[in-house]
Ligand binder design. Structure first.
Ligand SMILES: NC(=O)c1ccc[n+]([C@@H]2O[C@H](COP(=O)([O-])OP(=O)(O)OC[C@H]3O[C@@H](n4cnc5c(N)ncnc54)[C@H](OP(=O)(O)O)[C@@H]3O)[C@@H](O)[C@H]2O)c1
Length: 358
């Protein structure tokens, strides 16, 4: 039986879903794949909970009552004391500060799996240093869930690149929340503000919907893909068309924004009026390897295209390559929700497990 030990940082939406999925899949993985996944340490921003072998289904209660204050150093000492083999650090935080610990993890020989995009979206200097350290210490860093949650976007780009294929352009409907809003808006007779509120009720948007509308999250995902293609770009190089009206931007409170949501209607109604009968609005990220441009923008798409026919909160990615010419590789599917993100992390974990001898 091969055993892996997960040290999980971040027990929010994604981290919790991951624990539950692992606990559910554990017996099956043991029996069918001869793989035992243990989660001996779970950590949030203030507490750590240690369980010698693996947390149990009542982990939330255990964490609440037996979680103790910690430092990353005390967690590392614990891992060493227990002499765990095949240790994988999972970063399910949304913290830019936390990724500063990666170099310590790598120096200790631990592999990392992250849904947190920060390590791939900070400066190029940080990005390149991280890769150098990974190479030097023969450790791995997998982050398929950074873009498209569980959809295989990053691994596809990596494989194309490794095979010498020239990727020329990538376009994508990256955001589940904006996918949902524009899929409904273009074809239904509903006002933009009511759809935005509806997406919030469905748990698709952030508590402050301006985070979704600003396009920054899409810009970060676009940057992750651009760097996979060896484009030396920074976040500031992405041209972002924000959908937040200037008078309601970050300087006003969330409640002020929500009280004035109807201010968004006029502009979006005008855009809808300009559409031809076979067109819909879509919010996309687009990178052009040839010109070096990175853009986050609202576009008109024909209804018979992959983007034009999206449903619900689906994400869709078009990868254009030299060999495929004008016909892109299309990867599409549900990319919103913590379940798919956790499943994507689990896929990265089992992929890493394959490289361990025992
Ligand atoms: N939600 C999705 O569908 C989805 C999909 C793909 C990728 N992601 C990415 O996955 C990550 C997690 O998302 P989420 O929705 O689960 O976020 P979340 O609910 O806000 O949870 C974040 C967790 O990280 C913990 N945390 C924050 N700073 C920390 C630190 N320095 N050290 C240890 N723990 C820390 C938080 O602890 P406290 O509660 O104590 O603050 C919390 O447990 C984000 O980077 C997100 O972008 C999310």
């Amino acid at each position: 039986m091969k055993k892996i030990h997960i040290i999980l940082f971040g027990v929010g939406n994604v981290g919790s879903a991951l624990i539950n999925q692992i606990l559910e899949a554990r017996e099956q993985l043991k029996n069918k794949s001869k793989l035992e996944i243990n989660i001996p340490v779970i950590v949030n921003s203030s507490s750590a909970f240690y369980e010698e072998k693996c947390v149990r289904p009542a982990w939330r209660t255990d964490f609440k009552y037996f979680g103790v204050p910690y430092t990353v150093d005390t967690v590392l000492k614990y891992i060493k004391k227990e002499a765990y083999k095949n240790v994988i650090i999972v970063d399910a935080t949304a913290s830019k500060e936390f990724v500063q610990n990666y170099s310590t993890f790598i120096k200790n020989g631990y592999d990392i799996v992250a849904s947190n995009k920060s390590a791939n979206t900070l400066s190029n200097v940080f990005y390149n240093n991280l890769r150098k350290q990974l190479k030097k210490n023969k450790t791995e860093f997998l982050y398929e869930t950074n873009v498209g949650a569980g959809l295989p976007i990053i691994q596809t780009l990596q494989r194309l690149h490794a095979s010498g294929e020239k990727v020329t352009k990538v376009r994508g409907v990256f955001s589940g929340s904006l996918s949902y809003i524009f899929n409904q808006f273009s074809q239904q007779n509903k006002m933009f503000d009511s759809l935005l509120a509806e997406a919030g009720i469905k748990g698709l948007t952030e508590r402050d919907p301006r985070i979704d509308l600003s396009g920054n999250d899409v810009a970060e995902k676009l940057l992750v893909l651009a760097r996979e293609l060896h484009m030396k770009k920074e976040l500031s190089d992405v041209n972002i068309e924000s959908l937040v009206p200037k008078h309601l931007n970050g300087r006003s409170s969330v409640s002020h924004f929500k009280d004035n949501l109807s201010d968004l209607n006029l502009e979006f109604d005008d855009l809808k009026d300009e559409l031809k009968p076979d067109e819909v609005l879509r919010h996309i990220g687009e990178l052009d390897v040839i010109t070096g441009s990175l853009e986050v923008k609202l576009v008109k798409e024909k209804t018979n295209t992959a983007f034009g026919s999206l449903k619900n909160a689906e994400a869709s990615f078009e990868i254009y390559t030299e060999s495929h010419g004008q016909f892109p590789i299309v990867i599409q599917g549900a990319a919103a929700g913590t379940g798919v993100a956790a499943r994507g992390i689990l896929a990265d974990l089992t992929k890493l497990a394959e490289k361990y001898n025992r």
